[in-house]
Design a protein around this ligand. Structure first.
Ligand code: ARG
Length: 463
């Protein structure tokens, strides 16, 4: 767009900006992302100005219609503001004035870009939060579907990345369901702080005009208005909270990614990557690489960085608005894009990108000492104090290791020689399926518990 060469903001300036400074100052290159929210916010502001008699009803209508035309032109690619517009707010106002004439110059009455940009960002974030929450639901659905088919599939459970106790694969997957559930709830909570209107706070101190802040808030669907104008124009807590919630989502996705990467390795061999989500190597023809989870793991760092950037951005800022705050946007936009892309990719990966190698998993849980706790529990259930039983089993494991045997390979005589309380049912007690099935405590991996957990999970997400 071509505009007059004098500065956009005031006649106080005699000379035009240095072109490099103009580019340096401009945010239009990225805040164009807010254009539709800016227009929506301005339509509400214009309506409020007309309702309160600050401008005439006719002017209010012309402004609203003109703004909708700007929206249409933008959507059709006919309006593409350049850096001379400085930012999206100036760009829209300028184009509006070209369309509706002098009435356009009244739009900015009783408003500042400071409260305007705050409103735009909040409108944008409200939309994005809703969409991310929907994506989380989809991700949870896929986890549940996968869990449902794997209730009785066993997988080694780890602590310290050492085999600890076998668990139901569904139980393992449901752990991620719970994380996603907290993410969904956390975003709902953040939404409450995003959903407050700063419009009408003006530059910092409010305005001399008889505005109706509650009316603009109502038109834009905000749940409330900022109580303090200085706070309203300078608060970015809502953005930081969002970045915090987004960072936690990324941490969860990254943990899952790390597991998939391990599982797909030859060393674990628990999953096969299907062709639709894995990539090859340009030099080693035998390779199938887990690029999707690797990228998600990598992108987590980027989002954590944005959170850090915003915290540092606000920590030394005196009240109220400072131009530093313009720097919040790229961090926010990139976070939104990154989280959304990662959620989408991980949902697809779980839906069609990995296949669990159930035979390999069955072998894995049968060939280790992850049933040792169950031997101790067996003795404890027969009255042997647990610590004593624990020490005894430690010795048994040591003997087995020296003999190259597993617990299941010991003969009944050998068991009895270790402790007279052992009976023939010890074999049943240490069989992996039984080991898992027996952990029926609330929140545990027992099959019945897991089935109930899936059911309760389904009803929680359908609320
Ligand atoms: N582009 C600016 C931003 O994103 C809009 C607000 C400018 N306000 C000002 N007083 N210069 O923060």
């Amino acid at each position: 767009m071509t505009g007059q060469k004098t500065s956009a903001w005031s006649q106080r300036f005699e000379k035009a900006l240095h072109p490099a400074i103009e580019r340096f100052n401009a945010s239009i290159g990225f805040d164009i992302e807010l254009i539709e929210y800016d227009i929506t916010g301005s339509v509400a502001h214009a309506k409020m100005l007309a309702k309160t008699g600050i401008i005439s009803a006719e002017e209010g209508e012309r402004l609203a219609a003109g703004l909708e035309q700007v929206r249409q032109e933008y959507r059709e690619g006919k309006f593409t503001p350049g850096t001379d517009a400085e930012d999206v707010h100036f760009a829209v106002e300028r184009r509006l004035t070209e369309i509706v004439g002098d009435a356009g110059k009244k739009l900015h009455t009783a408003r500042s870009r400071n409260d305007q940009v705050g409103a735009d960002t909040r409108l944008y974030l409200r939309d994005q939060i809703k969409q991310i929450r929907e994506q989380l639901r989809e991700f949870q659905q896929v986890l549940l579907n996968l869990a449902e088919t794997h209730v009785e599939t066993l997988i080694p459970g780890y602590t310290h990345l050492q085999r600890a106790q076998p668990v139901s694969l569904a139980h393992h997957l449901l752990a991620y369901f719970e994380m996603a559930q907290r993410d969904w709830e956390r975003l709902g909570d953040v939404f409450k702080r995003v959903d407050i209107s700063p419009l009408g706070c003006g530059a910092l101190a409010g305005t001399t005009f008889p505005i109706d802040r509650h009316y603009t808030a109502e038109l834009l669907g905000f749940a409330g208005v900022y109580a303090n104008s200085l706070d309203g124009v300078s608060d970015r807590d809502f953005a930081i909270e969002f970045l915090g919630a987004a960072s936690i989502i990324m941490a969860h996705l990254s943990r899952l990614s790390e597991e998939v990467i391990l599982w797909a390795s030859q060393e674990f061999g628990f999953v096969t990557l299907t062709d639709s989500c894995a990539t090859g190597s340009s030099i080693m023809p035998q390779k199938k690489n887990p690029d999707v989870p690797e990228l998600v793991r990598g992108k987590a760092g980027r989002v954590f960085g944005h959170l850090q950037a915003l915290l540092v951005l606000v920590k030394g800022l005196p009240l109220a608005y400072n131009k530093d705050l313009q720097e919040d946007k790229e961090a926010l936009f990139d976070t939104v894009k990154t989280v959304r892309a990662c959620l989408e990719a991980m949902t697809i990966l779980l839906r069609e990108g990995i296949e669990f190698r159930t035979e390999r998993l069955a072998e894995a849980v049968a060939e280790d000492f992850s049933n040792a706790t169950d031997v101790a529990d067996y003795l404890a259930a027969k009255g042997v104090p647990f610590r004593e039983a624990y020490n005894l089993v430690g010795k048994v494991v040591k003997t087995c290791l020296a003999a190259g045997k597993l617990l299941k390979d010991l003969s009944l005589e050998e068991w009895k020689a270790l402790h007279p309380a052992f009976e023939g049912d010890i074999y049943e007690a240490i069989a992996p399926r039984r080991v898992v099935a027996a952990r029926n405590s609330y929140g545990g991996t027992g099959f019945e518990r897991v089935r109930a957990a899936i059911e309760s999970a389904r009803s929680r997400i359908s609320l």
